[in-house]
Design a protein around this ligand. Structure first.
Ligand code: SF4
Length: 241
């Protein structure tokens, strides 16, 4: 006999869109309302997001602080790449991030707006994303973070926690992080405040409950509608990206 209740992931787009709205409303009492206010200036956000890849928040901040001791952005571009790598050594993979940061800054310096990113506020979202992802060290996650956090543009950054939770629940099928940006954005309302709060609260949930290894399904508020829990019960397997 076939199961009369399909998994979320097999449901049509409108039902998975409604599932994401339910997740937003269910996570809010757990982690609170998250007003959308920029946490740092745009170029700081951009460079810090590059530094944050596979790095703790404390180490990312320490790396950024020491990077800025090299001088202004022009000075960082002109510095020997080894000096930049040394300055950001608290971030993982400093040898690969240092030339990316210098190349990104140089491309911005030579662009019509220079280091000022405020023109992104008025560009169509598609063009703003293209401007940022055309920069040498900037991917879709970094671009989305800057556009949503700093300019309240309706995009949805997908980090490893957001990707894991939304996939396990079944809001999207299994796919890479890059593709998940497009798949989730297609389902979500174009409301920056909603997108910001959902992003931040999914991140919290991924850090505290739906961890990559040994998720705490027994205390999870999403359990009643989670595909992974429906399939595996308390034995949800470790996440493999
Ligand atoms: S029920 Fe388990 S797998 Fe599903 S979202 Fe919660 S912690 Fe993650």
């Amino acid at each position: 006999m076939t199961d009369p209740t399909p998994l979320n992931v097999a449901r049509p787009d409108d039902e998975r869109a409604a599932l994401l709205v339910w997740m937003h409303g269910t996570l809010r009492p757990e982690y609170g309302e998250r007003p959308l206010t920029p946490r740092r200036e745009p170029l700081h956000e951009l460079i810090s997001t590059i530094l944050s890849q596979r790095t703790t928040h404390a180490d990312e901040e320490a790396a950024y602080r020491e990077l800025r001791t090299l001088g202004d952005w022009d000075a960082i571009i002109a510095a020997p790449v080894e000096a930049v790598a040394h300055a950001i050594r608290r971030s993982n993979y400093p040898e690969s991030k240092a030339p990316r940061i210098q190349a990104t800054l140089a491309a911005l310096r030579d662009s019509p707006g220079g280091y000022d990113l405020d023109h992104l506020r008025d560009l169509p979202v598609k063009d703003a994303l293209k401007f940022l992802t055309d920069l040498p060290g900037v991917g879709i996650k970094t671009a989305s973070l800057v556009l949503l956090f700093n300019y309240a543009r309706p995009v949805f950054p997908v980090d490893t926690h957001v990707h894991r939770v939304t996939t396990r629940v079944g809001a999207i099928p299994r796919m890479g992080e890059q593709a998940a940006h497009r798949a989730l954005l297609k389902l979500l309302p174009p409301d920056p405040a909603f997108l910001y709060e959902l992003h931040v609260n999914l991140l919290r949930h991924g850090q505290r409950v739906c961890s990559w290894h040994d998720p705490k399904c027994g205390v999870c508020v999403l359990r009643s509608r989670c595909d992974a829990y429906a399939q595996y019960g308390d034995g949800v397997p470790a996440w493999k990206a």
